[in-house]
Design a protein around this ligand. Structure first.
Ligand code: NAD
Ligand code: ZN
Length: 337
């Protein structure tokens, strides 16, 4: 059952080419192909449960069983909802992921999570379910908007900051080519980022997040809350960029990170045209509530990842709320000063 992100139809020939390719494959391998389901891309896919319902309906009508495949082609949001439908129908149908955004190719595609939003919370419903296979094809990124192209780079910056100082320097050196959509540079960025994410998930000892340490969630407590507070006007990658700037500033204020390193991170994000200031309307108290929501989502004791140097990080179990408040208020003032 192909599930396709509507954004891909920006190329009017995409569905025709997909249909030809899948029909040829189905014929050659004697595969029964169901009618593709097209889902609107972006957070709508995860916010409106009607899309999930359509997927269950398509799975039911096509009589898919656990030996069948859902072929999800799209950005992180469509992959998340299609993955959730696949993981829960019949308690698990196999999932093939074809990520079509920079973010999904560099991060979420190779992950083991899926989910949808509920009760105004990000990923409130979801499961851990490794995909059967993931196909990253850079040619699929050609129709992506410049904004989504840049937003995806935020997760590469994230994984570089916490795990790989050499990759961070490489990103600094190549920021110009990332912005101008240089194919070779983007290919390398995506590959290195996906490899670091995969290495952590597969080799980090806790793929299903039973423990507390969650380094890949650097910048995400504020990121997720900002997505919600802005009614998803911010892209996930943009919100994470602001979240990283905030937590790096906090780490510097707490004496955990040299101030010049925090500034280097903020400079790289700025060079990549990613936001580092808090958007209008994000009240300090509303944002701070994101800390407890993050803890509740992950379970157990609060654990927030902050960088201690480039390529290194630490988990902190408590946040000095006054200090965090000061950091937030400083970031709110940035545009005027
Ligand atoms: N499951 C995980 O481990 C994980 C990890 C990171 C992020 N995520 C989730 O991923 C989502 C963000 O994903 P994203 O950044 O890929 O953006 P997205 O899925 O929100 O898509 C952004 C926009 O790009 C469009 N689009 C997708 N591919 C396109 C293409 N090739 N050409 C033209 N338009 C295209 C979509 O239709 C949408 O309008 C968030 O919901 C986030 O929570 C999940
Ligand atoms: Zn993320």
């Amino acid at each position: 059952l192909p599930v396709v992100d509507e954004g891909l139809t920006a190329d009017p020939e995409f569905m025709g080419r997909l249909d030809d390719a899948l029909s040829a494959l189905a014929h050659a391998r004697d595969i029964r192909l169901a009618t593709p389901v097209i889902i609107p891309g972006g957070e709508t896919a995860k916010n409106d449960s009607a899309h999930l319902a359509r997927l269950y309906d398509a799975i039911y009508r096509a009589k898919l069983c656990r030996h069948c495949f859902v072929l999800a082609i799209g950005g992180g949001a469509v992959l998340d909802v299609a993955g959730y439908a696949a993981a829960t129908a019949h308690r698990g149908i196999r999932l093939l992921r074809v990520p079509t955004t920079v973010l999904a190719q560099a991060d979420s595609g190779v992950g083991v999570k899926n989910g949808i939003n509920a009760f105004g919370r990000k990923n409130f419903l979801g499961t851990f379910a490794p995909p059967y296979a993931v196909f990253n094809d850079q040619r699929l990124l050609r129709t992506l908007s410049d904004r989504d192209w840049r937003a995806g780079a935020a997760e590469a910056v994230k994984v570089a900051v916490i795990k790989d100082a050499t990759f961070f320097s490489w990103l600094e050196e190549n920021a110009g080519q990332i912005l101008t959509r240089d194919d070779a540079v983007m290919g390398e960025m995506i590959h290195r980022s996906a490899a670091l994410h995969l290495e952590h998930i597969a080799g980090g000892g806790d793929p299903f997040e039973q423990g507390s340490a969650r380094p890949l969630d650097f910048g995400h407590w504020a990121g997720h809350k900002l997505e919600q507070l802005t009614a998803y006007r911010l892209r996930h990658g943009e919100a994470v960029a602001i979240g990283m700037a905030l937590d790096a500033s906090y780490a510097a204020a707490a004496g955990l990170l040299r101030a010049d390193v925090a500034e280097r991170l903020i400079a790289l994000l700025t060079q990549l045209h990613l936001p580092v200031n808090l958007p209008d309307g994000a009240g300090t108290d509303d944002l701070l509530a994101g800390i407890e929501e993050f803890r509740e989502h992950l379970g157990g004791r609060l654990s927030i990842t902050v960088p201690t140097a480039l390529g290194q990080c630490v988990e902190i179990q408590s946040v000095d709320m006054d200090r965090m408040r000061q950091c937030i208020e400083k970031m709110l003032c940035l545009p005027c000063g």
